[in-house]
Design a protein around this ligand. Structure first.
Ligand code: AP5
Ligand code: MG
Length: 217
């Protein structure tokens, strides 16, 4: 079961992807986490993309596809859930041949949408572990403020979660990423999920949807 999670910043893609990974064993692949890792390791790519990411702009398609291709090639045919890719129609078009070349097909695209005010509130209080990338928030705080429950490393606010950068990311999403919703609806792969609800309700719906899908396969 290979999935794509589509949706605006702060809608819960990373949180839901982690749930899918734990419950269904699909490897969580977040292009945002992969790119932030390049920045944290100060690689050549990391140095080049850091200013763009901090300003909420998109990274060049070629760089992202290369990093994603490497990651997909390294999971030895395991199922995956893609979070943050594709991000524009061009990346949507590039994904198909990339998956074909690895003998993989895309099964389902889950579009999670949430209202703008909810997103802004969530992102202002999100913290993420610098090591294992676990996500915390108002409804899922770490036991000790600023410390990851799982690995004891520091949890931090992302550079791009500052309110003016969040506004920019939301604008870019509506303009550039949102058209992927129609793109996947036409391919009959799209299912919509209301991201305004509690995580409990969302996880129940995802569980129901994917269990049904697994049985059909
Ligand atoms: P990326 O890391 O992909 O960020 P994003 O898409 O903007 O999404 P977020 O990670 O901010 O939100 P999320 O939906 O994962 O929400 P989360 O689960 O954390 O991309 C970052 C940057 O990388 C881009 O701007 C770009 O520069 C670059 N990039 C990445 N991919 C790229 C690509 N393909 N092409 C080009 N550039 C690319 O949840 C948010 C918070 O809300 C958390 O605190 C969580 O606990 C809480 N929460 C979630 N759901 C709920 C709920 N239902 N109830 C209560 N709280 C909730
Ligand atoms: Mg995320």
């Amino acid at each position: 079961m290979n999935l794509v999670l589509l949706g605006p910043p702060g809608t819960g893609k990373g949180t839901i992807a982690k749930f899918i990974e734990l419950r269904f064993g699909c490897v969580h692949i977040s292009t945002g986490d992969l790119l932030r890792d390049e920045v944290a390791r100060r690689t050549k790519i990391g140095e080049a993309i850091a200013p763009l990411m901090n300003e909420g702009k998109l990274v060049d398609d070629k760089i992202v596809i290369e990093i994603l291709g490497e990651k997909l090639g390294s999971i030895n045919g395991k199922s995956f859930v893609l979070d943050g890719f594709p991000r524009n129609l061009e990346q949507g078009e590039m994904l198909e041949p990339l998956l074909n070349s690895l003998g993989i097909t895309l099964d389902l695209v889950l579009e999670v949408d949430s209202d703008r005010e909810i997103i802004v509130k969530r992102l202002s209080s999100r913290r993420q572990c610098v090591k294992c990338k676990r996500i915390y928030g108002l409804d899922v705080p770490s036991k000790v403020d600023g410390v990851c429950d799982d690995c004891g490393f520091e949890t931090v606010l992302r550079e791009d979660d500052k309110p003016d950068v969040v506004r920019k990311r939301l604008g870019l999403y509506n303009e550039i990423t949102k058209p992927l919703s129609k793109f996947y609806a036409k391919k009959l792969l799209l299912k919509k999920i209301d991201g305004n609800r509690s995580l409990h309700d969302i996880f129940l719906e995802v569980e129901r949807l994917l269990s049904g899908f697994e049985e059909m396969k």
